[in-house]
Design a protein. Structure first.
Length: 85
């Protein structure tokens, strides 16, 4: 799995202790990924974390923090589960 993660084919979802397939074109996968995770059905939705990384990097620099990793997971309800609630 480490090789698949390194090649951008799968992503590790830390909060679920699971792996998901990448939703993007692997050849053009230069942006960091972030995930929305449904707390009911566990569906994961991948989206670009480019602007999030920029903001966090600026804050880290402002505070003299040496950032080694950025992992963004947002939890809540997907559209289907929210509609059913």
């Amino acid at each position: 799995l480490d090789k698949l993660v390194a090649n951008g084919i799968v992503h590790r979802i830390e909060s679920l202790n699971a792996f998901v397939l990448c939703d993007h074109d692997h050849a053009a996968h230069a942006e960091p990924a972030a995930f929305m995770i449904c707390t009911t059905c566990k569906r994961t939705i991948e989206f670009s974390a480019k602007s999030i990384r920029r903001t966090v990097t600026q804050e880290a620099e402002r505070h003299g923090f040496a950032m080694s990793n950025l992992h963004v997971e947002v939890t809540g309800l997907c559209a289907e589960c929210a509609a059913a609630a």
